[in-house]
Design a protein around this ligand. Structure first.
Ligand code: BGC
Length: 775
């Protein structure tokens, strides 16, 4: 038996080997186990087993790292005390481990589920919980213990390279979706690590940038989602982020990790760093950042020296160790779970296929272009991405999946005939493009370049018009860790616009329809071209069954019910954060923190969050800016009527009820959103409206009605007042807006709210004055 596979069940054997005096984890009180640990053992435990080259390569470490090849990290086993190694693995869209192993013919592929942005677009916490349950099952059955997910940083700006992993520009959506995901994964008896705590909203110089944010924006926007996820999801662990926050590394900041996370929010679990995050191991221990991952020799030595030189109190280290042991006690490895390495990948493929359809957002559907009419049989499929579908983003959020169903295959599976000539032309072109791209130097883990869109002649397009019933055009994007997107990636290329124009014009001239599918991870520009096609389906990056999921929606097998968890601005510059975002700067891929704080470059070495609380719709709706598609927006194949809205106030709880009836011809689900507008909003510099609750109906048949109940606590109506360091609710008549989107309010209800104040700790202060945007 390998060292790391022992469990509490084999304690007897351990006792024989180590003598009866060594207290065993799970048998003896945890304090006794800590009491029996040497300083070296404690330092090993808080540091992890490293990555090749970053940490001593002892036999224990080598073996431990290999428990689940391709997992991101492991904890250090201490056999004599019954402490097994546990395995930490990415990531949000499914488990990331190596799909093959040396000298082993078996494969270890994992299901690539939809990206975070798509899951948030479902607005369906039950569904996200069930997706989490399937992901967690793969974690369990492949022998991992903690999934390094979900990731819930706010979509502050459309260009953040990791927005695809994240959920929303709104903290309530982010927090509720994350909590559901955590509950689902953890229902398998494995853990999660909600990340990246906090304010990791750009990839450019992510390990060196100082995010300078007001206390109010922190509390109301950037920390709120984490607070909800901690309280409602109860994750086993939290992962601190790479960046500085108001001058201090998040992993070294006791105000963030102890005062806020533990004292204020009641988090009892363990905190780990992001991989190689932070600089000062002793400061990290003191800050309550219990584990340093993946761990380096330098960190190990710093902790030993810290204790020996009286810079680190052993009691502090013991508290870190205790929280790690409490985590380990819950794990499958500790419990000796015999994992199968055979999760039910078929069943999970069905889960991802079905969940993906529910997060697709129908942006436009003129004259019911979708679902495709029964007569439509022959499809002309344009755009390289149609044939080379993107399942998800790159970096640690990638999943080693066995296959991706392209739109081509999805349509064929659904019984459509896809033009073979056009297919061959594209496939030949894509192959050449891929060969060209492969020759270019790509740094480890960096996003793959996409093929440049192919140009087609008028004759080629005309041939397609003559032979086919409809045109589908896919626009694709990919992005990932280490790099923010470029403005050119937000905008369509000239070739893409040309393709859209030429194909839509030619098909329209023949009385045929042209439909756009967006296979993207985050917001792109839509305003300049959205008038051209008949319909636009934002399919996001929908996981490995993506093509089947899209075909299910196009064919009408599933009615789209996703709504946007972020605003689609008219132009990139329109987002209030765009003035303070690293626009078109090359990313810093140095993850070893070598060149931190080397300069004073705006938006690279520091980023001032001058837009303050005005993120996403909070900005666009408060400042009356035009948008391309508003937050919360999404069409369906059916229509809904909102009736009988009422509000009831009782003991500080506001209950809004509304009936939603399917008034169309097919079944569908509706997302109902509840925004609140404070009476003094403009004068007191508060957003015009803020989302406070949401719900999704069950699938309603034509004519069927759902009674929706949404509740808001009076204290959730508070704004954070930095001057008094308190959450304050101002007195007056509040508007409760029941909406189908932030700009489609179906009913306005009113209720009087009493004034209240709740003191909070005066922490995480910016160290510079920020020129904050105000209404
Ligand atoms: C990412 C984390 C990830 C970790 C381990 C880091 O680069 O930021 O999200 O969990 O690597 O792979």
């Amino acid at each position: 038996m390998k060292k790391q596979f022992f469990s509490a069940a084999v304690v007897a054997a351990a006792l024989c080997a180590c003598g009866p005096s060594a207290p065993q984890l799970g048998q003896a009180p945890i304090e006794d186990v800590i009491g029996a640990m040497t300083l070296e053992e404690k330092a090993h435990l808080v540091v992890g087993t490293g990555m090749a080259g970053s940490s001593g390569d002892s036999a224990v470490i080598g073996e431990t790292r290999n428990i689940v090849p391709g997992a991101a990290g492991t904890t250090y086993p201490i056999e004599r005390l019954g402490i097994p190694a546990v395995v930490l693995a990415d990531g949000p869209a499914g488990l990331r481990i190596n799909p093959t192993r040396e000298g082993d013919t078996a494969t270890y592929y994992c299901t690539h589920f939809p990206i975070g942005t798509l899951l948030a677009s479902t607005w369906n916490t039950d569904l996200v919980e069930s997706v989490g349950k399937s992901i967690g099952n793969e974690v369990l059955e492949y022998g991992a213990d903690v999934l390094l997910a979900p990731a819930l940083n706010i979509h502050r700006n459309p260009l953040c390279g990791r927005n695809f992993e994240y959920y929303s520009e709104d903290p309530v959506v982010s927090g509720k979706i994350a909590a559901a995901y955590v509950r689902g994964v953890q229902s398998n008896g494995v853990g999660t690590s909600i990340k990246h705590f906090a304010v990791n909203n750009q990839e450019t110089n992510r390990t060196g940038v100082d995010a300078r944010v007001s206390q109010r924006a922190l509390r109301e926007i950037y920390l709120k989602g984490f607070e909800i996820a901690v309280k409602e999801g109860k994750p086993w662990t939290v992962m601190s982020s790479y960046n500085y926050l108001n001058g201090i590394y998040t992993s070294e900041n006791p105000e963030l990790l102890n005062t806020m996370l533990r004292d204020e929010w009641g988090f009892t679990g363990m905190v780990m760093t992001d991989w190689f995050g932070g600089k000062d191991a002793v400061a990290q221990m003191k800050a309550g950042n219990d584990m340093l991952q993946p761990g380096t020799d330098k960190q190990y030595e710093a902790i030993i020296a810290g204790v020996n030189e009286d810079k680190l109190d052993v009691a502090v280290l013991d508290a870190n160790v205790k929280r790690i042991l409490e985590m380990i006690l819950q794990t499958p490895h500790f419990k000796g779970y015999k994992y199968s390495n055979k999760p039910d990948l078929k069943a999970h493929a069905a889960v991802t296929r079905q969940s993906a359809t529910e997060g697709m957002v129908l942006l436009k559907n003129q004259a019911n272009a979708l679902p495709l009419a029964k007569e439509v049989k022959n499809v002309a499929l344009f755009g390289c991405t149609s044939y080379d579908f993107v399942a998800g983003g790159t970096g640690s959020g990638n999943v080693n999946h066995a296959y991706v169903v392209s739109l081509l295959d999805g349509l064929k599976n659904a019984g459509y005939t896809v033009d073979e000539g056009l297919k061959n032309t594209y496939e030949t072109y894509i192959k050449a493009e891929q060969e060209r791209i492969a020759k270019q130097k790509k740094a480890w883990f960096m996003p793959d370049e996409r093929p440049v869109e192919m140009e087609l002649t008028t004759a080629q397009i005309q041939e397609q018009v003559a032979k086919n019933d409809v045109a589908l055009i896919t626009i694709g994007r990919t992005s990932g860790e280490f790099l923010d997107r470029k403005v050119a990636d937000f905008n369509l290329s000239k070739a893409e616009k040309q393709l859209l124009q030429n194909v839509t014009r030619a098909f329209h001239a023949a009385g045929k329809k042209a439909i756009v599918v967006l296979n993207i991870g985050d917001v792109i520009e839509t305003a300049s071209w959205k008038a051209m096609p008949d319909a636009i389906l934002c399919a996001w990056q929908a996981g490995q069954e993506g093509g089947n999921s899209v075909a299910d929606v196009l064919s009408g097998k599933a009615s789209p019910s996703g709504k946007l968890p972020m605003t689609f601005p008219v132009q990139f510059e329109d987002a209030a954060s765009s003035d303070n975002f690293p626009v078109d700067v090359e990313g810093n891929i140095d993850i070893t923190n070598k060149d931190l704080k080397k300069g004073n470059t705006r938006n690279v070495d520091y980023t001032d969050y001058e837009e303050d609380i005005y993120v996403g719709y909070r900005y666009f709706d408060s400042f009356n800016k035009q948008v391309s598609y508003p937050f919360g927006y999404g069409l369906s194949y059916t229509t809904f009527k909102y009736d009988n809205p009422t509000i009831e106030a009782s003991n500080g709880l506001y209950t809004v009820r509304v009936d939603v009836t399917n008034t169309g011809k097919v079944s569908g689900k509706e997302v109902v959103q509840l925004y609140v507008s404070a009476p003094d909003a403009a004068k007191a510099n508060k957003p015009a409206k803020e989302l406070k609750a949401f719900a999704k109906t069950a699938e309603l048949k034509p004519g069927e009605k759902a009674s929706i109940v949404l509740t808001v606590n009076a204290k959730d109506l508070a704004s954070f007042d930095a001057a008094t360091s308190s959450w304050t609710v101002s007195e007056g008549e509040y508007k409760f807006l029941v909406g189908a989107s932030s700009r489609d309010i179906k009913a306005t209800l009113k209720a009087n709210v009493a004034a209240s104040t709740e003191k909070a700790n005066d922490i995480l202060k910016p160290q510079q004055e920020l020129k904050l945007l105000k209404r």
